[in-house]
Design a protein around this ligand. Structure first.
Ligand SMILES: Nc1ncnc2c1ncn2[C@@H]1O[C@H](COP(=O)(O)OP(=O)(O)OP(=O)(O)O)[C@@H](O)[C@H]1O
Ligand SMILES: [Mg+2]
Length: 620
């Protein structure tokens, strides 16, 4: 396989718009979820991003005010300390007053001491504020990620999403830790120093003031470039993280097909791109400091030069000149410091934009007002003329109608990609239908509270998933208040008990890496046990036993039959022997039900089901 070109690669790992999340879906008219799920992602103004960050800081207003006060004390004492040199030189050193000189020195010491103490507490409080703000941001991000629709996860790389939690949030943290203080301190020092300069000598101050537009223009130009490159850098970082995540999780497939070399090549492409972006970003971020530093040196040289001339010709006092020269240095210091922080600030702003991008995404559509959440569901399910497509341009389910009375077992069979899983996705509102109607007990699905609805549907998904934790905890995920005995009973129903008992620590065996230490069939059994534990009146089994041997499958069936007695069950299976006893079997083809009936009726019909069933028997 030739290495795909970089842009295609980046598109795959990076872009929100691609590949399945087109630019919103007007037209199809269905419930707003589709269009909403794709919302967000608008480029934000840097000013907006800063405002929102300030909003997070603002939550700790009290502490922030204290910290700012401490910063003010710090900078005022520094400015005052510097000014003390003037009277010390003019009134004591120049005229040889030792006693007064010593007092003045003590006073100076006191002032600097205040500055040091203020700095200590200010750093501490600023750290508290910044880390609490980061905690809030991370929380908000996680809460939003929990609320995003399934569509979001189906169309974004996990690594890219995770990159926002790690790199992007870290960058914001770094800025809040130090840069904010520097900027506030810098701004106060700048204004304070300028005021003192004007007070010391108005003419000399004019020289410095003349330089201010140069500083502003210079930093503006560099800033514009930097922020562009920092955004690119963060996006590139997200892309590479997405790629790493994908190759790490898919490493077995990579190895099985000997694609290591291709992976290395593709990775090198992304890595090279990241290096380029990082170099540009760091260069422009880093160039700010030296450029501003040199500008301020020039400013310093000119001011002291002019000051010297003033001292020689206009009788400007030496103490004043010393103090002014000192201020001139101090004036450039905050500019230097602020510009040194710029690389941190730019990467943080780029990170913040990406974090807010997710926080601003629309969550799953709101429940209707007065959504139903306190009725007893019997399990009468009706699909009426349901049409649905994941993308506006491709219909997956066409005008589909079916019904299941409470307690019935309905089976879906049909070829791969026919739309079986899609039906279950609609039932628990992972996706919302485009047109038609789905009702449970005669009530429109949209009238139920979504969480309540999902609680009433126990699902064994086609893709099994186990969390890090013990076997017991994993099964209990089906119903958190279940006792150990109930968990074990559910495991027995799912025929999982015997293999669990053979595990190293039985029910306390810790599962890691999505159950990597278990066989595929064992993973399925645990997922079935999880659903069996739930008291939900509707049960969905999507290829729940596809990896389980036929003998165990029979066992499970017997156990499940008892469980299913009063529940409406939807079973999807390729192995047709498992659906023989269903009340109705729906044969799906290209999103349409082409045959329906009981096993016997369908065999008699001699159509697609007959072909599938007898074909399979021949294969058996
Ligand atoms: N998240 C998705 N985004 C876009 N298209 C999807 C998505 N999931 C499924 N599809 C498409 O919808 C169609 C039906 O898929 P579905 O998963 O319902 O098939 P299925 O009948 O369950 O197949 P299988 O027997 O292989 O599980 C397929 O053509 C598939 O390409
Ligand atoms: Mg499926």
């Amino acid at each position: 396989m030739a290495a795909r070109d970089l842009e295609a690669l980046k598109k795959q790992y990076n872009k929100y718009g691609a590949p399945t999340m087109g630019p919103g879906g007007p037209g199809r008219g269905g419930p707003a979820a589709r269009a909403r799920a794709m919302g967000g992602g608008k480029p934000k103004k840097t000013g907006n991003v800063i405002k929102r960050l300030m909003g997070y800081l603002g939550r700790h207003r009290g502490k922030l005010i204290v910290a700012i006060l401490l910063v003010v004390i710090r900078s005022v004492s520094q400015i005052a300390g510097s000014y003390m040199l003037r009277p010390i030189i003019n009134d004591y050193i120049a005229v040889g007053k030792l006693e007064g000189f010593l007092y003045a020195l003590l006073l100076l010491l006191g002032i600097y001491l205040i500055s040091v103490v203020a700095e200590y507490f200010q750093r501490k409080s600023m750290l508290l504020i910044s880390r609490s703000s980061i905690e809030d941001i991370r929380n908000d991000l996680f809460i939003k990620v929990q609320k995003l629709p399934v569509r979001f996860y189906d169309s974004n790389s996990k690594g890219e999403i995770m990159s926002r939690f790690s790199n992007d949030v870290d960058n914001i943290g770094m800025m809040l830790d130090t840069s904010i203080t520097s900027v506030i301190l810098g701004a106060i020092s700048l204004v304070g120093t300028l005021a003192m300069m004007i007070y010391t000598n108005i003419w000399l101050s004019l020289v410095t003031v003349a330089f201010i537009p140069v500083f502003i223009k210079g930093s503006g130009i560099i800033g514009k470039f930097s922020s562009k490159y920092y955004k690119q850098q963060q996006a590139s970082l997200g892309a590479i993280n997405g790629y790493i995540e994908e190759t790490v999780t898919g490493q077995k497939v990579v190895k099985a097909f000997s694609h290591e070399a291709d992976c290395e090549e593709e990775f090198a492409l992304l890595n090279n791109d990241l290096r380029e972006k990082q170099m540009k970003a760091q260069f422009f971020g880093g160039v700010m400091g030296p450029v501003m530093g040199n500008l301020s040196q020039v400013c310093y040289a000119i001011t002291t030069g002019v000051g010297g001339v003033l001292a020689l010709l206009r009788g400007f006092d030496i103490g004043g000149l010393t103090v002014f020269a000192n201020y001139s240095k101090q004036f450039s210091q905050p500019i230097n410091e602020i510009s040194m922080q710029m690389s941190t600030v730019f990467s943080a702003l780029a990170g913040a934009e990406r974090v807010f991008d997710i926080i601003d995404k629309d969550p799953e559509a709101e429940n209707r007002e007065n959504a139903i959440c306190d009725v007893e569901i019997r399990g009468d399910v009706v699909f009426k003329n349901v049409t649905f497509g994941y993308n506006p341009d491709k219909v997956v389910l066409k005008d589909l109608s079916l019904w299941a009375h409470a307690g019935q077992k309905i089976a879906f069979v049909g070829s791969t990609g026919a739309g079986k899983t899609t039906i279950t996705n609609l039932l628990n509102r992972f996706y919302d239908i485009d047109s038609g109607k789905i009702t449970i007990d005669g009530v429109d699905l949209f009238d139920y509270d979504r969480e309540f609805l999902r609680k009433n549907i126990a699902m064994v998904l086609q893709d099994t998933h186990l969390f890090s934790g013990t076997v017991m905890e994993n099964i209990r995920y089906g119903r958190l208040d279940a006792t150990d005995e109930e968990v074990i009973a559910a495991a027995k129903v799912a025929s999982a008990h015997s293999f669990i008992m053979r595990l190293e620590n039985g029910y306390d065996t810790v599962i890691r890496g999505d159950g990597a230490n278990l066989s595929q069939g064992q993973r399925q059994l645990l997922n079935i046990a999880r659903a069996a534990l739930s008291h939900a009146p509707i049960l969905v089994l999507d290829e729940a036993t596809s990896s389980v041997d036929t003998r165990t499958e029979k066992h499970i069936e017997r156990g499940m039959d008892r469980l299913m007695e009063n529940r409406t069950t939807f079973v999807i299976a390729h192995r047709l022997s498992t659906v023989r006893n269903a009340n109705a079997i729906m044969v799906l083809e290209h999103g349409e039900i082409i045959e329906r009936g009981t096993h016997e009726e369908l065999l008699e019909l001699g159509g697609r089901y007959y072909e599938l069933y007898t074909g399979q028997r021949e294969l058996d």
